[in-house]
Design a protein around this ligand. Structure first.
Ligand SMILES: *[C@@H]1O[C@H](CO)[C@@H](O)[C@H](O)[C@H]1NC(C)=O
Ligand SMILES: *[C@@H]1O[C@H](CO)[C@@H](O)[C@H](O)[C@H]1NC(C)=O
Ligand SMILES: *[C@@H]1O[C@H](CO)[C@@H](O)[C@H](O)[C@H]1NC(C)=O
Ligand SMILES: *[C@@H]1O[C@H](CO)[C@@H](O)[C@H](O)[C@H]1NC(C)=O
Length: 558
């Protein structure tokens, strides 16, 4: 399935999808073993309904290192469909839950108590794997909430810090974990500052700092909320908002570089919500050779005012921009997606490619502000010839638009939930509030790849990975192909509004692969170069062989 840089008339789109699908089937009959694995033979993957309703629409989600997912919505939109346990306290006299913990392994969930309003908030795990969740709306906009990853089935719950608060209101802000283990919180609606967590008197953590870039990138539609943040291997922060981006030294508060604006008329941040990823960092002993950022989707300037005020739904952006930020004078490479897309999530897969999933093809983020859900995920093949860059994958049958989420699970599936373009829960009419959870399994989970799929046996050093330190990972495999193994670290993301905060993929420098016995192997790799490349914390360690990832193992990078 290939697409050239051309515009594609939208009236042909249904036909086009049909042909894409037929072509996929033809290129790759589902049950025939391919002679050799290659990306051009990608198949469409499959969808699985995990829960028809968890009772709360998944607006925000975070995987924890104990294979549980914290899901939450907001407290100011009326009752949810999930009751708090009888006899437990009802925050604000509301005895329905606005948060839950979902257990990936057992496919079960239980309600949690969230007290103040978490609407359009942000979060990050700290180096201990504790969820630090920041801000929201109303009385919750300065609140810091904590969820520790405990295995106790009934007692674990949210707690809110009562004496420590955010300095500024954080509604539509973005978070990133830093090399020193602090978390930076950037922006928010009508807030042009950043600040740090934890709060203490050291390192100026009790203050907030003005960032002019957030003023400069605000237009009459805003289009700069939930700015895209990527911690770069030089220790600085890449910040993208609206159409502009900077290299920012957050320690000294200095803009080191302004990148060229992304070409074209499309805006990329909320409410013209696009998405962004830092492409995989492939480490040599000296660090990564190149560093690239990918931004896809969004909406043309003016789309939000049209959708919000006039209910006219302009076609979304069709483009992705790719910027090699490690170049001395980087220039955006613009590529065309197979279809227009706004509010899609971009997920780094352990294969090193990017999955573009969820979203709509007309309109913007906001209440009742989008139509034409895009049901097909698309694979962006990072290292493919640009004419074969995009592959259209199997569709879901559930619209996932405003306030939906998607994230990578430790087993390589994608957890997909939420979608609620209404001010309250509404189960009638177009695009009803979605309380379901689905899993999308990319092609690599097809059982026909089992002979190529590594199974991790152990990670040396007790699952602790130290910077620059060599360690071994043993795995078993039935059909070994020399020269096709790598080991990747991927942190669990905080996901909301088409952003995977903290998302990155670090491909470790490989020393050797040795055969231990007929089906057992050991791959020896070097820990990440430093904390700029991989900030401290929990990561999913995947062994990938011949393009097929293992189930991951949790490791702690220190
Ligand atoms: C949620 O609850 C409402 C009111 O009881 C009900 O009408 C609706 O069908 C429920 N929706 C789901 C998805 O469970
Ligand atoms: C992480 O846990 C250690 C040991 O329990 C504790 O000393 C430390 O303060 C924690 N760090 C954070 C950031 O919470
Ligand atoms: C900084 O924050 C900490 C934690 O809330 C608090 O104990 C301390 O008094 C604060 N210091 C200042 C100068 O505000
Ligand atoms: C979506 O956008 C296309 C292209 O502008 C337009 O032709 C179509 O009418 C729009 N769809 C809706 C439902 O507004």
């Amino acid at each position: 399935m290939t697409f050239k840089n051309q515009s594609f008339p939208s009236f042909l789109f249904p036909l086009f999808l049909l042909f894409s699908f037929l072509e996929l089937i033809e290129a790759y009959p589902p049950f025939m073993t391919p002679p050799t694995w290659s990306l051009s033979m990608v198949s469409g993957g499959y969808w699985q309904l995990l829960q028809s309703s968890v009772g709360v629409s998944a607006m925000h989600a975070q995987v924890l290192p104990n294979n549980k997912v914290i899901i939450f919505d907001r407290t100011d939109s009326g009752p949810s469909n999930l009751s708090l346990p009888a006899g437990s306290f009802c925050p604000n006299n509301d005895c329905t839950a606005h948060s839950l913990v979902y257990d990936v392994v057992s496919n079960t969930f239980r309600p949690l108590h969230v007290i103040t309003d978490t609407w359009c908030s942000s979060g990050s795990l700290d180096p201990n794997g504790t969820l630090i969740q920041t801000g929201g709306y109303n009385e919750g906009d300065h609140v810091i909430r904590i969820f520790p990853p405990c295995d106790d089935v009934s007692a674990c719950d949210w707690y809110e810090l009562t004496t420590t608060h955010l300095v500024d209101r954080r509604w539509y802000a973005s978070n990133q974990i830093l090399p020193d283990g602090r978390i930076i919180v950037v922006g928010g609606r009508r807030v042009f500052t950043y600040e740090f967590y934890p709060k203490n008197d050291f390192m100026n953590n009790n203050k907030s700092f003005y960032l002019r870039f957030l003023v400069e990138t605000r237009d009459p539609e805003e289009n700069n909320l939930y700015p895209f943040l990527h911690l770069l291997p030089d220790g600085n922060l890449f910040i993208f908002a609206n159409q502009k981006s900077i290299l920012f030294d957050y320690k000294r508060g200095i803009v080191l570089k302004q990148f060229p604006p992304i070409p074209g008329n499309d805006k990329r941040n909320y409410p013209s919500t696009g998405s962004s990823v830092l492409l995989p960092l492939r480490l040599t002993p000296m660090g990564p050779r190149e560093v690239e950022v990918l931004v896809c989707g969004g909406a043309p300037a003016g789309s939000f005012l049209k959708s919000d005020k006039m209910k006219v739904f302009v076609e979304a952006s069709r483009t992705c921009g790719r910027l090699r930020v490690s170049d001395p004078n980087p220039q955006w490479l613009i590529e065309y997606m197979p279809m227009p897309r706004v509010m899609s999530d971009m997920i780094l897969l352990p294969t090193g490619d990017v999955l573009i999933i969820n979203g709509a093809s007309n309109g913007t983020a906001g209440w009742e502000d989008a139509v034409n859900p895009v049901l097909n995920p698309v694979l962006y093949s990072v290292n493919e010839n640009p004419v074969r860059r995009f592959t259209v994958l199997s569709p879901s049958n559930i619209a996932r638009m405003y306030h939906s989420t998607a994230l990578l699970l430790p087993d390589g599936r994608i957890l997909v939930g939420g979608s609620n373009p209404h001010t309250r829960y509404k189960f009638t009419g177009l695009y009803p509030t979605e309380l379901s959870l689905e899993a999308y399994s990319p092609y690599y989970l097809d059982p026909k790849y089992n002979p190529l799929k590594p199974s991790v046996i152990s990670v040396e050093m007790g699952n602790t990975v130290s910077y620059g330190q060599r360690f071994g990972v043993t795995f078993s495999l039935s059909l070994y192909k020399q020269g096709t193994v790598y080991v990747a670290l991927m942190p669990p993301t905080f996901t909301t509004h088409s952003q995977g905060m903290n998302q990155r993929m670090v491909v470790l420098n490989l020393a050797t692969v040795v055969q231990l016995s007929p089906f057992n192997y050991k791959v020896v790799v070097d820990g990440p170069t430093n904390a700029n490349v991989a900030p401290p914390g929990y990561y999913m360690l995947f062994v990938v062989h011949s393009g097929i990832p293992s189930h991951s193992i949790w490791v702690n990078v220190i």
